[in-house]
Design a protein around this ligand. Structure first.
Ligand code: C2O
Ligand code: CU
Ligand code: CU
Length: 554
């Protein structure tokens, strides 16, 4: 028996650890080692996280990941007469200084760095990547052997790489069970038959995906095309990826991944770090000219949703009214129909945003990129005169709205969270189904479906489908209890259209709490087995992922 006081103590400690820094209100974790009592009476300890708010800010320049280098050419698997570019990328242990005043941190990276190299590719030009697992045989983050796919009979160190946002055959998609152990490699084929967009590659191993990505196994993959070229957007040194992820560090600057009080089952429902890294650096600065820049933003965090704004240094503590305006020109899957003016960008794990920020109004000033109460990075705008020949065209790329009448099937799919007696989540499911249960979603190749995501939980779940791109139809508040007990959809308000900056092609959608979110999805490209899942990686690893199968027309 466990007393109510113990429950409270336990859940408040968990709350401190996991949630207090969600909005940056509590920037640091408690500085003493925490002892937590589990239901079995065992005590789990966790070293306290480094309070990064005491570090000097803006002492390191923003690093830019190198561009991936082709190793040569190999025959195309679909047409052996054709030679296509071949890359070899190795997952390996790397060390990197995240801040001038900290010791080097151990990460796992693709190639010599984390984030890994950025692929620069063009639509219609296929390529091959040999993904090599050259990691050590021991994992350095806390595995949970009770999770599906991570049982004691599975090797501790496994990887499989998924190219998020790619229209790729199932054998190259990084199916979560297609993992390989150290010393092995997989050859993947990326046709790149899709519009210009920034995709990203990351680990997708069943049951340990959250740990492998937290360790640093991620990188950017950019596809360009003629439509984008013709727009004369800022390019070359005026176009930069900003890959954001939050981490907790120990006092000797090593990655800290929190654990639950139960040593048998260390899984935690979400992690929120107090150190927000940009391209692998903490509080970096970037020297910019007073002109337009294009920033390719990726939220590669395990669980954190960012609310990004560019704030003038002098007014950093003032209200949102002082946020510098900027434009969003693209979503996950490419260009929007027209630039959308914004002062704050909300971006959830897995999502990308293509921004144009004009620093010409801020000559000689310093802008801070902030998210809620967190300082992310600094832009130092030079004061010299520059000529900016790039443009921000009023029209970008048409995104024809898919009519609802095109859908041949509507699926009602629930997002489910299961809690224990103390209210802590213990598992999450899609449509009340476990990973291992038979495939229930079998869209026909070439058909269009509406997926109605019903979210009775108190959290936003960023839901991602592999292979496809989709459009958001609407979100509508509903009454969860009636649906749960009677399967009746009783709406509490009118449907809300997607925000203007979501009204393009997407591959990840924020399914908000107590809302029904509808997406319309053309299933194009390939038949075969894929997955859909929540992109909060802790959720994904604890069953919030399901296979789906694209089948051939009968
Ligand atoms: Cu970015 Cu299935 O993932
Ligand atoms: Cu994906
Ligand atoms: Cu989720």
């Amino acid at each position: 028996m466990i007393t109510r006081r113990k429950f409270l103590q336990r859940s408040s400690l968990l709350a401190t650890t996991l949630a207090a820094s969600k909005n940056g209100l509590l920037n640091a974790m408690p500085t003493t080692t925490m002892a937590m009592t589990s239901t079995t009476g065992a005590v789990a300890t966790m070293p306290a996280a480094l309070d990064v708010s005491t570090l000097p800010q803006f002492v390191d320049p923003l690093p830019i990941p190198e561009v991936a280098e082709r190793q040569g050419y190999r025959p195309s698997p679909t047409d052996p007469k054709l030679s296509i570019p071949f890359y070899r990328i190795q997952a390996q242990s790397v060390v990197s200084k995240v801040h001038r005043d900290l010791q080097p941190t151990k990460f796992w990276g693709f190639g010599p760095s984390s984030p890994g190299p950025t692929f620069e590719t063009r639509a219609g030009e296929p390529l091959l990547v040999e993904w090599v697992n050259a990691l050590p045989n021991q994992h350095f983050l806390p595995l949970d052997r009770t999770l599906h796919g991570a049982e004691a009979d599975k090797p501790a160190v496994r990887t499989v790489v998924h190219l998020h946002g790619a229209k790729t055959g199932p054998e190259s998609d990084g199916y979560p069970e297609d993992w390989i152990v150290p010393g092995k490699s997989s050859l993947y084929h990326y046709p790149n038959q899709q519009d210009a967009a920034m995709l990203w590659y990351h680990d997708h191993t069943l049951g340990i995906n959250r740990l492998n990505v937290y360790a640093g196994l991620l990188g950017a993959f950019i596809i360009r095309d003629g439509v984008e070229d013709a727009l004369n957007l800022p390019k070359a040194k005026y176009e930069l990826p900003l890959i954001l992820y939050d981490r907790l560090l120990t006092h000797d600057a090593q990655l800290l991944y929190p654990v639950s009080p139960d040593p048998e089952s260390p899984w935690v429902p979400e992690i929120f770090g107090n150190a927000i890294l940009v391209n692998g650096k903490l509080f970096p600065y970037l020297d910019v000219e007073p002109r337009k820049y294009r920033f390719r933003i990726l939220n590669a965090s395990n669980a954190r949703i960012y609310h990004l704004s560019f704030v003038n240094n002098a007014s950093a503590n003032n209200a949102a009214a002082n946020n510098a305006p900027f434009h969003q020109i693209g979503t996950d899957q490419g260009l929007l129909p027209a630039p959308v003016p914004l002062t704050t960008l909300e971006i959830a794990p897995g999502e990308r945003a293509d921004l144009v920020v004009d620093f010409s109004e801020h000559r000689g000033a310093q802008l801070i990129l902030k998210s809620d109460a967190f300082v992310v990075m600094q832009f130092r705008v030079s004061s010299g005169k520059v000529t900016d020949t790039s443009s921000l065209p009023p029209a970008l790329r048409p995104v024809p709205k898919i009519p609802e009448s095109q859908a041949v099937q509507t699926r009602l799919l629930t997002l489910d969270e299961y809690v224990n007696k103390s209210g802590n989540p213990v598992m999450l499911l899609l449509n009340a189904s476990h990973w291992k249960m038979p495939v229930t979603e079998k869209p026909v190749l070439g058909s269009t479906e509406i997926w109605t995501l019903i979210n009775p939980t108190n959290d936003t779940h960023p839901i991602h489908l592999h292979l496809v791109r989709f459009q958001i139809l609407d979100r509508q508040p509903y009454e969860p209890w009636l649906f749960k007990t009677k399967r009746q959809l009783h709406f509490l308000g009118p449907p809300e259209p997607p925000d203007p900056n979501e009204a393009g092609w997407k591959d990840t959608v924020q399914a908000h709490s107590r809302m029904v979110t509808r997406i319309i999805v053309p299933f194009e490209g390939f038949t075969g087995r894929y997955v859909w899942h929540c992109h909060i990686l802790e959720h994904e690893d604890n069953e919030m992922m399901r296979p789906y199968e694209v089948i051939a027309a009968g």
